[in-house]
Ligand binder design. Structure first.
Ligand code: SF4
Length: 397
């Protein structure tokens, strides 16, 4: 099992709260797509197991999930998406019926576009709605309005999408408990299988952060986020949604398979600027700049043989030590309802790690900051918000 993530680094404009890498223009789109196709081809062996002794051509891992993230992948036209999918299908071993997700923003969607996506085989949509209220959307600097957000959901259902997720943001100073409840009412009324809900956070370089500092935008209040998180958890449970990760809720069995692979240590290949990859033992990530990325993959170079272009698109690579692998497992799994599996840890990482983890968990359990059922250590709804602090206390010294 393996996954492919494709980062599309363009947006129509920059949202006020955004801390992701993306350019507020599509000027470089054609050159970027050319470079991306080069990277797709050049990294075709990344997910193949290393050849063992005389096994010259070890079987590559089958791709079960393909994820177009960004940025705004729905700024690509459907021919461009189709070309990328075709190249992936002809270059990699893709499993039958892979989960293929596309992140989309409402201001880029139309009925025809959604129909074409469906016909291309995209079978999961993640729509950045953020709020069903215009005052929230204006505060966040989003380009769509609430009416169009609802229209997009109607269209997506009309053309046959069943696996639809939406993003919502809570803890907004333009909202209150009543408005957040109404946002959730609207979400539940669509009977969608998945919700990603995030507390508004202020990223250091985001426009909104500067506006707040200058007194030009309303400040945010952590208590509002806590209040909304509690409402979210209880309303999701009442409506039979599983809280399977700090920010993610789903109908049973409808979790994002692609994102779950990050938490389960499944190898994945990240393509495009700033994309991260993991082959089971090491992590690597690409340069975060579209121009540098394109130059690395497309510029003629006399040293091409010695330094393959794909290596120049890489910014860094790190081999994870057993201790780093332990820390990463603890950090990722505590964010999920699956929690830390001590039996698995003992078998796959060794007894010194499982014993260490269990011993360091005891004071946290006594303080009601961590829960344990048989061999699983996990966080309940109330504890999950503090996952990072709990993980730090379980990290290897
Ligand atoms: S659409 Fe998403 S990636 Fe683009 S600017 Fe807005 S928040 Fe950032």
């Amino acid at each position: 099992m393996a996954g492919i993530y494709i980062h599309i680094p363009f947006c129509k404009s920059k949202c006020g709260y955004c801390g992701f890498y993306s350019l507020p223009s599509t000027k470089l789109k054609d050159r970027f797509l050319e470079a991306l196709k080069q990277e797709i081809v050049q990294r075709k062996d990344y997910l193949s197991p290393s050849p063992v002794c005389c096994v010259a051509n070890a079987t590559p891992k089958a791709i079960n999930t393909i994820y177009f993230g960004g940025g705004t992948p729905s700024l690509l036209d459907t021919n461009e998406i189709g070309d990328l999918l075709h190249l992936i299908n002809t270059t990699y071993l893709v499993a039958n019926e892979p989960e293929i997700t596309l992140e989309a923003n409402p201001d880029t969607l139309s009925l025809e576009y959604l129909e074409d996506l469906r016909n291309l085989g995209i079978n999961r949509l993640s729509i950045g709605i953020q709020s069903f209220f215009d005052n929230d959307l204006q505060y966040l600097g989003r380009k769509h309005n609430a009416e169009h957000a609802r229209q997009c959901l109607d269209w997506a259902k009309q053309v046959g999408f069943e696996n639809i997720s939406i993003d919502l943001i809570y803890g907004l100073p333009t909202s209150n408990a009543e408005q957040w409840n109404r946002n959730l009412d609207i979400f539940f009324s669509y009977n969608l299988p998945h919700l990603s809900a995030y507390a508004l956070t202020l990223e250091p370089n985001a426009i909104l952060t500067k506006q707040i500092e200058l007194g030009k935008a309303q400040p945010i209040n952590e208590d509002d986020a806590l209040r909304d998180y509690e409402i979210l958890c209880s309303r999701a449970a009442e409506n039979s949604y599983l809280h399977y990760e700090i920010s993610n809720f789903c109908r049973r069995g409808m979790h994002s398979k692609h994102n779950a692979s990050y938490w389960f240590g499944t190898p994945y290949l990240g393509l495009g600027p700033s994309a991260h990859s993991f082959d089971g033992a090491s992590r690597q990530w690409n340069v975060s700049n579209v121009e540098d990325y394109c130059d690395a993959l497309l510029s003629p170079d006399r040293n091409r043989e010695a330094y393959p272009p794909v290596d120049k698109a890489l910014k860094e690579k790190e081999l994870l030590s057993p201790e780093q692998q332990y820390d990463e497992y603890v950090m990722l799994r505590l964010r999920t309802h699956w929690g830390i599996d001590l039996k698995w840890m003992k078998k796959n990482m060794g007894e010194r790690f499982s014993t260490y983890c269990e011993q360091h968990a005891q004071p946290l359990i006594a303080q009601s900051r961590l829960s344990q059922t048989r061999e699983f250590l996990y966080l309940n709804d109330a504890q999950m918000l503090f996952a990072d602090g709990v993980a730090e206390e379980l990290f290897w010294e």
